[in-house]
Each structure stands twice: as structure tokens, then as C-alpha cells.
Write a protein that binds this ligand. Sequence first.
Ligand code: IVH
Length: 677
Amino acid sequence: MPDDLLFQELTKLKEQIHFHNYRYHVLDAPIISDAEYDKMTIRLREIEAQHPEWVTPDSPTRRMMGQVADKFTKVQHPGAILSLANAFNVEDVRAWYERILKLDSRVAASGFVLEPKIDGLSVVLHYRDGLFSLGATRGDGEIGEDITANLRTVKAIPLRIPVGGESGTAPAYLAVRGEAFINIKDFETLNQRLEEAGEKTYLNPRNTAAGSLRQLDPAITARRPLTLLVYQVVSIEGATSPATQWELLATLRKLGFPVTPDAELYPDLESMLKACERWLQDRDRFPFEVDGVVIKLNDLRLAEELGVVGKDPRGAIALKFPAREVTTKLLNIGVNVGRTGVLTPYAMLEPVEVGGVVVKQATLHNFDYIAEKDIRIGDRVLLKRAGDVIPYVIGPVVDARSGSETSFTPPKTCPACGQEVEHYEGEVAWYCVNAACPAQLIRNLEHFVSRGAMDIVGMGIKIVEQLVEAGLLHDVADLYQLKMEDLLKLEGFAGKKAENLLDAIDASRTRPLARLITALGIRGVGEVMAADLAVAYQDMDHLGKATPLELQMMDGVGPNIAMAIVDWFSRPANQTILQKLKQSGVWPVKPAPASAAEGKLSGLTFVVTGTLPDFSRDGIKEWIQARGGKVTDSVSKNTSYLVAGESAGSKLDRARALGIPILDQAGLLALAGEQDA
Ligand code: IVH
């Protein structure tokens, strides 16, 4: 890039970072996510590294903090309230280690403490003769704001130390630093209450915590479910501060401060890095939002001697998790038609990376959601993608509006077939009730051929769409009438491809009853329920004759599911499908009653987590079910065994907490009498 363009980019970045700093630190109203902010800063640092002669004293990289808002009294901190440098992967952490090891060889023997990096707000708490005397925000790191009255309302903060019953003595003066935040569950409850009261809901726990602490009226703060964890001694008089971070956490705990129970101590780099990998995998185990893991040298004297770079201490680093919340532009709103005809709006977004993948679309749930959140086309929106959750739009960043945004009007007709849409009393959803709607047919077929259903290998959405468009499929049963000559006429279907597809369809004819029940997509009937139904009924004819009352006698079947099953069989279009399937020989019957050997797992309920050496997720399910066992998704007190493979996550913790016995693959085989443990 030519120098003048690069210089322009630098000037623009500096301006933007200053602006977003001000929004974040002074106004508590950021309009971009931390990840986007980090990205700008990294780019600015990059350019400045290439051209050191361009670095000016007012560059945000020389300062990296905001100004102090003036609605509260200013407080000088007793020591610098530092920030942390970021690492984005394990290699960055290794590089950090090499850097500081070069500066001081004692780094090799220091050991490390890992702590959750809580996505909250840094606060400093002062105690004189054991009494909570002052509480301040971080501010610019040197001067914060006096929010004592607000912090006093936070129940996690001890008003006197040591807290009754705890041992240890309070030093004459102590200033500690911690993170104030709101637990995810409490945040959800708060939003639910606000929604019920018809009030505006909050976007995320962090912004709510920040807003709550900077209320001028402490009574409002008191109603917010704020909490806190402490992790640092900023200043101490009348006692010496512990020599290691590990002891420091213990001392603070002893004095009665809330301290994370999740800190871990590692003797060397390799064991610490291994643990970091685990933290990256298992970030959901915390009850609060965690945006990374903080790695601290355990030797605090050494850390102190290593000094700081700008505002970042050399002795610690934050390994950031991929961001799960980012903001991006809502370009347009599209509408999908689902398997049951439900119209679902989705956001078309300016592509953005979130949770480690690039997202272009996200769900908007339903039309009421768009109206309630007042989401407009052209808005900057906050987007979330967490774990297995489908990306969704949390809401608009109202402050970022330019005035050119436009409201969205839900369609009156189905976007796929043009038929007028309908709405049922008491439901939020709008439906296309046209049984011949091509969009519904495509969704139905997609589900029918999927892995957990009839598992027609190689039949993806593209082929489904192509066959529907060519008029070869009018319902799922038509799959079994497909002929070679029909397929060969289609674009891209050379001999082998058509043959493979017909073979895959053929192979699916003999799938067991449970899979066919799953594949037909009856509302509320998933894989687990289908497996239960397949045990209780001999074939589709028998299931079709079941009464709602009879169905409700089964475990897990309530009135809604019972009605959905009966309703499905009462529809003529579905009866036609069943007849066609029967004529094509796709008519599984319940397997013969399990012999003693096969029924070894009867009456037992299993949950499977992690990766097993010799089974896929579906494979192990079928294996257990074939031996009479039941497989469910979540661990409860009714779980007989948890089967845990490699990198098992939170289910393993939950099973341990509930005292559920845990088996590995060999243990499971032994239980079924098929192999020694
Ligand atoms: S230590 C010198 N420990 O992360 C000490 N910070 O990105 C520097 N944070 O400003 C901070 N959890 O607000 C530390 N366990 C933890 C933390 C933590 C969250 C925040 C803190 C800091 C920011 C840096």
C-alpha cells in the first residue's frame, strides 16, 4: 500500500478509536463490540510498528483509556489500575512467555495462575481498619469515579473484613481490585421481568452491569442483581502483600472477599498451555460471561519487576476466546418457510466474524420479535453466536442510527408460493397453509433424508431443490419412485452420480421404524420420542390407530404431542404418503422382542458426551437402543449412566455433581456383557 494511503488509514483509525473509547469509557454506551475495537487497535499498532516516525503522543496506543465522566466525584487510585495485553491463540501465549523469559530467567520457575476473564467492569474497593470506605470505577486507570453508595448495595462486597466466622486479620489499609458483573441467569430473569412489565429489555449482562453501577440513585443499583469477584491487591498498609498470586487469592478469600473457585495453578509453560486448550473448549461452564482466560505469573514480585508496556503489565496476559457478540449492519430482512409452514424472518447481514466463523445470516425468531425490539433495516445490530446456538440478532444499537433506517412490514402472502398467510389465535407464528407449497416440501425432504432420519447419503439440499424444481418429487414417498432415466435428464447427473443416489435411496428402505417415525417430521416427535414410539407400536398402521389418551400413557408424551401425532395421521396427504411408502416396500416393523442378550440395557437411561473411540454419536445411540437402553440428551437424576468419551464437557461435570455413575466405552461394553472392562 502506498504511504499516503497508509497514513490516511492511520489517521482514520486513531479518530475512530478515540471516539469508541469515549463511547465505552465515558458514556457507557459502546456502539461496536470489543472484538471490532480490538481489531482496530491491532491494525493501528501494526501501522505504527511499520512507521515509528508516525507515532504521536496522542495516539490511542500511547494511552488506551478513556476520560473520566464528571457525574461522580473523581478518585485518585492508590496504584495504577492496569489493563492486559491480549493473546488470541496458544502461540501468542508462547511468544509472550519467550519474551519475558528473555528479560528474566526466573520466569521459568515462577509458575502460572489461570483465572476466568470475567466480562464485567473493573472496580477498586478500599478498606480502612477493615471497613469498606470507598469504591471506585476504573476510569482512566489513574483516576476513577466514586461509586461507593452504589457498590454498597452489591451484596457480594463485604462491608467489613474479615467477614464474621473467617479467620485472618484486616490490614490497616487495603485496596483490592475486582470485577463487577451480572450472572447470565440473573440477567435473563431481569429481562423477563422487564418484558412482563412492558419495559425495555437490556442487550447483554455487561452493559447492564455498567449502566447499573453508574446510576445516580443507588436504590436503582440495589435492584440489579450485581455481583463481584476480586483478584488483585492494589495497595496495602500494615501488612505485607502475599508473594504469589495463588496465596493472594487464598488470603483474599480468607478475609471474606468473593474469589473465583476456578483459579488453577500450573508449574510450567507446557502444563499451563494444555490447560488453556481445555479452557477454550469449556468456556460454557461458568455462570457468567467469560471472554477469555487471564494468565498470571504466580511470582508477584517478579511480575512487578518485569514492569509494564504502556498500560499492560508484562507479568500477565489475557488469552481471548473468539468473540460471541459483535455488531454489524442489518442489510435486509428475508423470510423462510419452514417444514410446518411457519414463516420465519431472518437477518441478512454485512458478513462478520463471530464465535470463530463468518456469519451472513441470523434468525430474527418471529415477526413480533422484530416489532418488540424495534429492529429496522439499515440498523447496526448486536449479533450473538454462542456454542451450538443458531446466530441471532439481540437487538438494534439505537444510538448508532442515522435516520435512514426503515421499518419492516411482514408479508401478507407466502414468499414461496404466494398464498395468503394465516395466523392462529394465541400463537405468534404466521403460517403458509398451502399443502403443496414447494418451500415446505423442500424442508420436509431435507429432514426426511437427513442423518438422524432416513440417512440418504449424498442427498443434500441442492439435490433436493433440483428434484423438486424438476417436478420429480411431490412428497417424501416419491423418493422411492425415482428412476434412472429421470435422473439422467437432470443437469450434472452423470451416470455414476445417478447410480449412487439411487443406491443410497435403496439402502434407506430398510431403516428401522424409529428412523421412519423421526423422518416423517411429526411436530414434537424427535429422535428420542420416535425410539420410544417404535418400541410401543408395531408399525405405522398401529401407531396411526393410537388414541390421544393411549399415547399420553407413555413417558414424555403430553397432550400437545399426543394431539400432534393424531393430527398428523388424520391428514389425507399424510395417509397418501403412508400408502405410497407401503407400496414401495418402505414399511419397517418393530424388531422382534429383545432376547436376553440384546436386552441387557433394558430399563436403563444413558446420556452420551464427548467422542468415543469406536462409535459415532448416532452409532452409539443405536447400539444402546438395540440393547433395550434409552438415550436422552441431558443429565438428570433419572440418568442411569453417563457415557463419557474424549473432551467431554459440562455434562460430565453435571453427572459428577449429581453422583451419576460414569462409564467409558469399555465400561459400557462390559455392562452390556459384550467385552471385558
Ligand atoms: S487482572 C494487572 N484478572 O480484564 C492486572 N483482569 O482486559 C490486570 N478482568 O481491565 C487485570 N477478569 O477489568 C484480571 N481475573 C481477572 C480478570 C480481569 C476480568 C478484566 C479487567 C481488566 C480487563 C483487561
